[in-house]
Design a protein around this ligand. Structure first.
Ligand code: ARG
Length: 460
């Protein structure tokens, strides 16, 4: 029935039922129910302020909207066939509750500035929850790094054993990525927190509505300064989807490391039973499904981002219905991040480490750089020492032994600067402690990182 539609005035024919279903967004945008009610309550107050409605009418609307909110919260709101989206559904229900005065609520407002407002409120509030999850993840990482600072392991480049590092140093690498994610999210929240309401359909509000008041009521830090921008901008959706994608990439790389480290070949870590599953066929298997799902879901979130970017790129100025396609990608990305961040925290804080296996994987050739540095300390230019250390590795290979088993004379044949103290090089712990410049893997510099992250997290 076209006449039942809020925008039905100029239409004579009925909408194809398929088109009705195609056009409707209520089945997903009902998630915005609370933001929509809050936006409308603020708008009712602003209308009363400029005398479009009386203060009794304001109370009627605000209280009626409170009932609508309550119905959603208690799961008794009944969606009717004509309810195209959350905005029309709430207004229809308000009319049933308070009568004709409900028809005054939309004065000077359009669903265009309404939906932009609702979605910003929702995205802002959900982002704040995600920020808490990111901080919990960082704090779990820092806690573990502090407790296990003595554990040493091979560090890798190209997935080849490179140099010995502290396990905590590896953990904190991710903590720093996540800290950057948290800081980015704070900036995105700040940037999105501006008010579109009062932009009207596109050209602005004709009743001199007090937009500063609306912003204050709804917790926005500022008012959007151009009504066309107000109804058409969805950069906050784009930014959040990018943020979600990048954060998932960090989670995915962390997961990939754990999948490798938990394999039988490495045996560095064992995931707790709470985050692993067995095989239906092979009784011995314990699979790192949590990490594989985290890695897999990073692809899903990136897909939501790329899908939305494609929708967003060709839209002519101001509101076009394409913009309705902004919600499902962000809903899905936010849900995926909320789950992934909490699961990552769980995986990280419950896994068991096997320091003896990490130690066993350290090999003397990983100290070749230390041999080169030894000669540097004796005044030999690094480019030469790099060569000489390489030759020492080769000599050991030729002798079928490790470098630490070579004679002093073998070394001295490579360069006269070698002396008896070369034997002190064959110590992984010492190699680690040598990397004590800011950001290195020595105990002091790892503790420094822990201190800085704790300070940022506000933990003492
Ligand atoms: N459901 C719509 C959306 O999500 C609300 C805005 C509709 N505006 C319009 N002019 N048809 O974008």
């Amino acid at each position: 029935m076209t006449s039942a539609k809020l925008w039905g005035g100029r239409f004579t024919g009925a909408t194809d039922p398929l088109m009705d279903a195609f056009n409707a967004s209520i089945h997903f945008d009902k998630r915005l129910f609370e933001a929509d009610v809050l936006g409308s309550q603020a708008y009712a107050k602003a209308l009363a302020r400029i005398g479009i409605i009386t203060s009794q009418e304001q109370d009627l609307l605000v209280n009626g909207l409170e009932t609508v909110l309550n119905e959603w919260q208690t799961n008794i709101f009944v969606i009717q066939p004509g309810d195209e989206d959350i905005h029309t559904a709430n207004e229809r229900r308000l009319g049933e509750l308070v009568g004709n005065v409900a028809g005054k609520l939309h004065t000077g407002r359009s669903r265009n500035d309404q939906v932009a407002t609702d979605f910003r409120i929702w995205a802002r509030d959900e982002s704040k929850k995600l920020l808490i999850y990111v901080k919990q993840l960082i704090s779990a990482t820092v806690e573990r790094a502090e407790k296990e600072i003595d554990v040493i392991m091979p560090g890798y480049t190209h997935l080849q054993r490179a140099q010995p590092i502290r396990w905590s140093h590896w953990l904190l690498c991710y903590a720093w990525s996540w800290q950057a994610d948290a800081q980015r999210l704070e900036e995105i929240i700040d940037r999105m927190n501006v008010l579109p309401l009062g932009s009207g359909a596109l050209a602005g509000n004709p009743f001199n509505i007090d937009r500063e008041l609306l912003a204050k009521e709804l917790g926005f830090k500022n008012v959007i300064q151009n009504s066309l921008y107000g109804v058409s901008d969805r950069d906050f959706v784009a930014e959040l989807l990018f943020w979600a994608s990048l954060t998932m990439i960090h989670i995915s790389r962390f997961s990939e490391d754990l999948i490798i480290y938990s394999s039988g070949e490495f045996g560095f870590v064992t995931l707790s039973d709470a985050y692993s599953t067995g095989s239906s066929l092979m009784p011995q298997k314990k699979n790192p499904d949590s990490c594989e799902l985290l890695r897999g879901k990073s692809g899903r979130v990136f897909g939501q981002m790329s899908g939305f970017f494609m929708t967003y790129k060709g839209i002519p100025s101001t509101y076009n219905k394409d913009l309705q396609e902004d919600k499902e990608p962000l809903f899905d990305a936010v849900d995926t991040l909320a789950g992934s961040l909490q699961i990552t925290t769980g995986v990280l804080s419950t896994l068991t480490i096997h320091p003896e296996n990490m130690k066993k994987s350290l090999s003397i050739d990983m100290l070749a750089t230390d041999v080169a540095e030894y000669l540097v300390r004796k005044g030999v230019p690094f480019r030469e020492t790099h060569h000489i250390a390489g030759a020492a590795v080769r000599t050991a290979e030729e002798h079928g032994c490790t470098m630490d088993k070579l004679e002093l004379s073998d070394f001295q044949q490579l360069h006269p600067a070698f002396s008896q103290d070369i034997t002190e090089i064959w110590n992984f712990e010492k190699s680690i402690e040598n990397r004590s410049s800011l950001g290195g893997t020595s105990r002091a510099t790892v503790l420094e990182q822990i201190h800085k992250l704790k300070e940022w997290l506000n933990i003492n």
